[in-house]
Design a protein around this ligand. Sequence first.
Ligand SMILES: Cc1cc2nc3c(=O)[nH]c(=O)nc-3n(C[C@H](O)[C@H](O)[C@H](O)COP(=O)(O)OP(=O)(O)OC[C@H]3O[C@@H](n4cnc5c(N)ncnc54)[C@H](O)[C@@H]3O)c2cc1C
Length: 465
Amino acid sequence: MSESSANTATLSALRAALGAERVLTDPATLDLYASDDGPGHCRPCAVLFPRGHDEVVALARIAHDRRLPLVARGAGSGNVGGALPTSGSAVVSFECMQRILEFAPADRLMRVEAGAITAEIDRLARGRGLFYPPDPGSAPYCRIGGNLAMNAAGPRALKYGGTRDYVLGLRAVAGDGRALMSGCRTTKGVVGYDLTRLLVGSEGTLALITEATLRLLPAPAAVGTLRVCYDGSASACDAVQRVMDQPIIPCALEFMDAHALAAIQRAGGATDLPTATHAMLMVEADGEAEQVADQLQALQQVLRGPGLVEIKQALAAEEVARLWRARRALSGAVKALAPLKINEDIVVPISRLAALTAGIEALARRHELPIVSFGHAGNGNLHVNIMVHPETSGELARAQACLQSLFETVLELGGTLSGEHGIGAAKRAYVPLEIPAETLALMRAIKREFDPRGILNPGKMFPDA
Ligand SMILES: Cc1cc2nc3c(=O)[nH]c(=O)nc-3n(C[C@H](O)[C@H](O)[C@H](O)COP(=O)(O)OP(=O)(O)OC[C@H]3O[C@@H](n4cnc5c(N)ncnc54)[C@H](O)[C@@H]3O)c2cc1C
């Protein structure tokens, strides 16, 4: 549905509520909002730019009355087509809702609008000796509403947890325009059902989140990093298990397999790796400066073991940044390897990580496809990238078969299909592999209660009925 076929009365009602300049239907804007960082492309019929909670209530009422599908959008950095418009939908962009509404250092909280940029929240908190721990790689541009909807996390989740662990309360708007408040502004509170935890990770299917009250922590004074090289994935995964089986919790424990290292080197990074390196860990500790040095020393002890090639330690900020540069360059470096990257985000228990990487190598051989794996090993969460040349005959079909086998392997190992990227449009067909039919039916019933006409992010998260 384009402007010409969109219901003009609906657009007029939206223009009356938001102002004509906040309801855009020109082709250039529609193209700009037709995709996110995941697969797929579909022009919406309009892009809406509300300026506050009340305008979101108003637009949701209009959309409910006129059955207009709404797709919430932060920065569009999601990898699974969560913010991908569906035919005839309007995108609700939170770009004009970026205000920091309250910063209360003594209460260790910040109240923000859904469009606030994640790194900006952290930057402001650090100005008062606090920090906002969730650190997705996209933090410099992604928005807190998107983080909440996907329960985003990053390397620090190992020690500090993900977005869900830093939300005290939310303000949101259900699919029929009902305004709702959840949680409170204290770190303890047990009144009513925990709707906050229900909305976090709901991928824009239950409500449009308009404001969040976020919990902050005192910022660690120092960090130190170890770059640890091994002769292969099995040795590196065994080391991860040893680290997790002792009392120090690193604030990051990242893994890269041989293919990921080769991709970085092809892009000009990590030129100083010993040639015997076929897998690598990045291990970070934080705290007071003396504590960090002690922790790194203790961690080095457990990281030493069969297959170790080299350990490099960095305590100076410049040196730490240099070691992390290679890890941060990875997403782009992997993208350059093939025209299509099927980017998975699976999780297994730490004790099964070595079995997972062995299983991935077996799948790559069986399906004759390169698979690049890296990620948050301390959480058992690997980004598994199946690299595909769709124009090569049969390769796409092999990739699909490989993906199905990957998910089956993960579930056999006691894992889950997604650790942080969510389901969106891309993975919904696979959800029944993990969630039993009766549980899915209960989830659909909850969805109907929040969104009786099914206008919020249709075609996402749930498999076709
Ligand atoms: C280079 C790169 C690195 C990344 N690194 C990480 C990482 O380390 N960890 C991680 O978890 N993810 C990562 N991601 C994925 C992505 O950045 C996260 O999922 C992020 O949370 C998305 O935020 P966004 O503002 O871009 O949301 P969008 O992509 O715009 O939207 C994501 C979902 O949230 C919904 N949504 C957005 N705003 C709202 C709202 N206000 N109310 C209700 N629903 C809403 C959308 O409908 C959609 O379903 C990365 C992506 C890229 C491109």
